[in-house]
Design a protein around this ligand. Structure first.
Ligand SMILES: [Zn+2]
Length: 501
């Protein structure tokens, strides 16, 4: 084997013409040279990968390290040792590639692998071929994306794209079953790709190690047939919705918090996320999973539900969950299905839409994007973030207790229902959702104050915001109430006291 080799992914329909190889090594200095060498090695491939003029044919996309070469230098795109190349042909869908050579829809190994699918009336060999030719994009390789990706890969969805800019953290492993202990510290897309390829070598995984935003969303989503939303914040949720509406792609949506899950499907023409939820909740009023907590197996239920809906849509089988919202209350052990309708006044999918391109979603939701924002939290002390920004002063529970004894004020920025469950004795409620408007009216900038929430994330934002507004003595309780309870420090539990009466 040559020292200067690139690894080429051969898509399923081309494999019978390439001695059944899924990947081949080719020693080529450019994309054009690679296509020529492949067509010499496998003459049957020639009219699939080269036009009659010997150029890149219009029906073929070539990706070099996940980037389509037409956005680079087409045939002249240089290749370097270790590059990963993927050949992705356009698919007619249904009856497979109507190319000159007659070939079976599934090879023998695939007939075995997918035998339980093929027996179903709604799948059969034609449906299985359709899954193999499908391209699904997952937004996030986290709690929802993990089970969805594993089931889609196992099902033989031929191309799976994953957008995720995070690295695996040990706190992810409680629910994000696509990642393992040895992946901690790795980019999630890398860990995801490795494990999905282990599940099924038929699957080509395209990775986007980035935060999806208004600038890149259209380009990322466009080549895919369907999108699964596993995002964990409102700006991304509206962004993905609008992108899918503008591109006419079905979107399988789910969201989770604590013990509750929601799932629905947005099919082009039948309503969208904005029809269901026209406006985001006030910033800070809905805790994130990091703050509110999440039961791991609930992610499995909801992400798996998304995988089922995706497979149904790809197969045109059954009724997609469009216009219906499944609510799962795991604590009660109950599912409910609520009906919703497309809103003819919807600004993006209505009869007279006013949104024709992607907007500023962080501005629309009135919050900094937590995906951007989480970065400097996780990398605390590793990356330099916003040089001129005031630093949040972090107090350990012990330090906070000493300051409270010396007269510091405790301000709880959670919502009132959380505050009613348990709180630090003597703390005052000033929810994040109203903090910005009310701080200057009710707080004295000279007072030392300790900001508190469940795990110290909302309160860190609050402390930073107050410091920027001139409250120089605002500090954050590190790890929030969870850290406080972990140290065995005193709590006031009004809800429990009321219950015991
Ligand atoms: Zn809509």
């Amino acid at each position: 084997m040559s020292e200067m080799a690139v690894r080429v992914y051969i898509p399923t329909p081309y494999r019978p013409l390439a001695e059944s190889a899924t990947h081949v090594q080719v020693d080529a200095g450019s994309v054009g040279a690679l296509l020529t060498m492949l067509s010499e090695r496998y003459p049957g491939l020639r009219d699939r990968i080269l036009s009659s003029e010997g150029q890149l044919p219009g029906h073929l996309n070539v990706y070099v390290n996940q980037v389509e070469v037409r956005t680079l230098q087409s045939e002249s795109t240089p290749l370097r040792d270790g590059d990963e190349v993927a050949l992705i042909p356009a698919m007619a869908g249904g009856a497979g590639d109507p190319g000159p050579a007659r070939q079976p829809l599934l090879d023998r190994e695939q007939l075995q692998r997918y035998s339980r699918h093929v027996r179903l009336d709604e799948v059969g060999v034609v449906g299985q071929r359709r899954l193999l030719d499908s391209k699904v994009l997952l937004i996030g390789a986290g709690g929802l994306g993990s089970p969805a990706a594993l089931y889609l890969a196992a099902a033989g969805v031929g191309t799976i794209g994953i957008v995720d800019g995070d690295r695996v953290d040990v706190s992810n492993l409680q629910r994000q079953i696509l990642h393992f202990n040895h992946d901690v510290g790795r980019p999630k897309v890398q860990s995801a790709r490795r494990h999905l390829e282990d599940v099924n070598p038929d699957v080509q995984v395209l990775t986007f190690p980035t935060v999806i935003d208004s600038h890149n969303a259209m380009d990322i989503v466009r080549p895919f047939d369907l999108v699964i939303n596993g995002s964990d914040n409102f700006p991304t949720r509206y962004l993905i919705n609008d992108t899918c509406v503008l591109l006419g792609k079905p979107l399988v949506d789910a969201s989770i918090l604590k013990w509750d899950g929601q799932a629905t499907v947005f099919v082009p023409g039948q309503g969208c996320y904005r029809c269901l939820f026209p406006a985001p909740p006030p910033p800070g009023s809905v805790p994130s999973c990091a703050e509110g907590g999440i039961i791991g197996a609930l992610c499995g239920v909801m992400g798996t539900l998304q995988a089922v809906e995706a497979v149904k849509i790809l197969l045109h089988a059954g009724q997609p969950l469009a216009g219906r919202l499944i609510l799962y209350d795991a604590l009660a052990g109950e599912f409910q299905t609520l009906r919703w309708r497309r809103n003819p006044e919807c600004p993006v999918c209505g009869d007279q839409p006013t949104i024709h391109e992607l907007i500023d979603y962080e501005g629309f939701c009135g919050v900094p994007n937590p995906e951007h924002d989480g970065k400097h939290e996780q990398a605390n002390g590793v990356t330099s973030s916003g040089a001129a920004e005031p630093e949040a002063v972090e107090l350990t529970p012990g330090q906070a207790q000493a300051r409270i004894a010396a007269g510091a004020m405790v301000i709880d920025v959670r919502e009132s229902d959380e505050f009613d469950q348990a709180r630090i004795p003597g703390s005052e409620l000033l929810p994040m959702s109203v903090l910005a408007q009310r701080a200057t009216q009710v707080l004295d900038p000279a007072t030392e104050m300790i900001l508190v929430c469940s795990v110290g994330e909302r309160s860190r934002q609050a402390a930073l915001m107050l410091r920027r507004a001139g409250f120089a003595k605002a500090c954050n309780l590190q790890d929030g109430l969870v850290g406080w309870i972990n140290e065995g420090l005193p709590l006031e539990e009004p809800a429990r006291a009321a219950g015991e009466r």
